[in-house]
Design a binder for this molecule. Structure first.
Ligand code: HEC
Length: 111
């Protein structure tokens, strides 16, 4: 049996597993996740909320690579919440902001 059909089938499987491509945005280069394994448990839970809610309209990478200080996040969160169809309520917004603030301080982006 020739090896080629197997290779072709594998290639097709891998191609099918690729997520659909969004139009590239220069701000979305870089990592699309934060390693939270060393963060406290409650921050890890907040990260889950962030990673679902803030990846609805653009890749999570946009926030991961933003390098905002907590003050800048506070302002920016309001802007994101005001967008139509953001589907983020006050409670979720507070959890997300808590996480972004914690992470910004860990990264040395201000207090
Ligand atoms: C309803 C759609 C929507 C949701 C939900 C959303 N965003 Fe956005 N976001 C946008 C759009 C549109 C832009 C580009 C225009 C802009 O910068 O305001 C953007 C841009 C950004 C930027 C780039 C800012 C810059 O100047 O480089 C960051 C950071 C960001 N969003 C973070 C978040 C975070 C954090 C959340 C979750 C709380 C979130 N977004 C949820 C629509 C959304």
């Amino acid at each position: 049996m020739p090896a080629l059909p197997i290779a072709a089938a594998l290639a097709a499987l891998i191609a099918a597993a690729e997520p659909p491509q969004a139009p590239p945005d220069p701000r979305d280069g870089g990592p699309d996740r934060i390693d939270v394994t060393q963060y406290p448990q409650d921050q890890q839970r907040k990260y889950q909320v962030f990673s679902v809610k803030c990846a609805k309209c653009h890749p999570l990478a946009r926030s991961v690579n933003a390098r905002f200080s907590p003050t800048e996040w506070k302002r920016y969160m309001k802007r994101m919440l005001r967008r139509p169809n953001s589907a983020i309520n006050e409670e979720q917004a507070q959890l997300i902001y808590d996480f972004l603030k914690f992470h910004a301080v860990q990264q040395g982006y201000g207090s």
